[in-house]
Design a protein around this ligand. Structure first.
Ligand SMILES: Nc1nc2c(ncn2[C@@H]2O[C@H](COP(=O)(O)OP(=O)(O)OP(=O)(O)O)[C@@H](O)[C@H]2O)c(=O)[nH]1
Ligand SMILES: [Mg+2]
Length: 371
């Protein structure tokens, strides 16, 4: 399933430095002539298509990017230094358009592709440039040209990287709310979720992935029980499935192992490919199990479920265990993505360019709800 991730940013290339008026002063030499240098060019703003990024979430935190201005020219024929350029890393597939007119300016389709989204202003001329046979002592200079300023809209069609699978009430929506920007309805009755929700999970600066929360499945879904299994198709293009299990069902007669087996059975019936996808077991509602009983409960579950894959113990409600889980998911998603793309890295010239020098840990960029 797809959704459109978008962000609005303001960018400013650097202004050019001013030209300089200056005359040579040397001992015993009169009329030394003009020696004022030109100003330096302002920094450009580039965008590079980076395969390591999946979403535009970082651009919703930091919205303004400015390149440095060029230095002013100086006497003794000294030209000003150019302002440093900045490079904004964006996911492959990002469409960059003018926020005011809606005109599409660039589409970053090829990994490593670099485009200039705002040009730095040229430096002004120093008086050295104006010297001529009839004017040997020019006093003219020109100011630097302004750098381009633009308001841009960034858009990216994203696919879910990770899908949540599980019985109604397992806590899928609680989990997606705990870790992402999605705010689906949560309630203690089955089938609270009636349509899929997508959420962007931000792991760190420039590190994010997308999770899909779908309605719960029950035994017999392939024959139409509950909401049926129609929503499983939304998980088909994901890179990982999280099988969320309620380890502390309210009703004592419910066996979580039997429930988990039913889910796997439905998955198998639906599609062999989906069944064969990497799948991790996420045992939820651990906060409901007394601490001293947890290890035994988890061990018993894994044994009876005959599970050999990765197991995570969490509480979506208290968020306990969620952090390590999302870090591992991110690593898995990255590794899968690299495999799919045949490990194409970013153009090495831009690999270590600082992301516009913006410190995302600065409290001014503290997360705020994007919607
Ligand atoms: N104690 C506790 N309760 C939880 C936890 N996670 C979810 N719940 C509760 O379980 C109930 C169901 O949670 P949901 O997140 O709506 O479950 P769901 O899997 O999305 O359910 P459907 O949308 O019906 O498929 C809610 O009352 C949640 O508050 C948890 O880790 N601990
Ligand atoms: Mg739900």
């Amino acid at each position: 399933m797809k959704f459109v991730d978008e962000a609005y940013i303001d960018i400013a290339a650097g202004d050019g430095g001013n030209g300089c008026v200056s005359f040579r002063h040397e001992k015993y030499k009169e009329f030394g002539g003009p020696d004022g240098g030109d100003g330096g060019r302002g920094g450009h703003v580039f965008a590079v298509a980076d395969v390591n990024l999946n979403t535009l979430v970082d651009y919703r935190y930091a919205r303004r990017y400015e390149a440095k201005r060029g230095e002013h020219g100086k006497g003794s024929d000294m030209f000003g230094a150019a302002g440093d350029d900045i490079t904004l890393h964006m996911p492959v597939g990002t469409i960059i358009s003018d926020a005011e007119t809606g005109e599409v300016l660039f589409e970053l389709l090829t990994p490593g592709e670099v485009v200039t989204i705002a040009k730095g202003g040229d430096g002004g001329y120093g008086n050295l440039r104006f010297k001529s046979a009839i004017n040997r002592a020019p006093r003219q200079k020109t100011p630097g040209w302004p750098g381009e300023r633009r308001s841009l809209k960034l858009e990216l069609k994203v696919l879910a990287d990770v899908g949540l699978l599980g019985m109604p009430n397992a806590g899928k929506s609680t989990f997606i709310s705990a870790v992402s920007n999605a705010r689906p309805k949560i309630a203690d009755y089955p089938f609270t979720t009636l349509h899929p929700n997508l959420g962007v999970v931000r792991v760190g600066p420039e590190q994010s992935f997308v999770v899909a929360d779908i309605p719960g499945l029950i035994e017999g879904a392939s024959e139409g029980a509950g909401l049926g299994h129609q929503f499983l198709r939304h998980l088909q293009r994901t890179r990982l499935l999280l099988h969320v299990v309620d380890l502390a069902p309210f009703d004592d007669s419910v066996d979580p192992v039997a429930q988990a087996k039913a889910i796997v059975g439905e998955l198998k019936k639906y599609d062999a490919e989906l069944y064969g996808k990497p799948r991790w077991l996420v045992l939820n509602k651990l906060d409901m199990v007394p601490v001293e009983e947890r290890a035994a409960r988890v061990k018993d579950f894994v044994k009876r479920f005959k599970w050999k894959g990765p197991v995570f113990e969490i509480s979506a409600l208290t968020r306990e265990g969620c952090e390590p889980l999302i870090r591992q998911i991110y690593q898995h998603v990255q590794a899968q993505q690299k495999l799919e793309q045949g490990v194409k890295e970013v153009d090495p010239r831009f690999a270590d360019v600082e992301d516009a020098g913006v410190d995302l840990s600065d409290p001014r960029f503290a997360p705020r709800d994007p919607e």
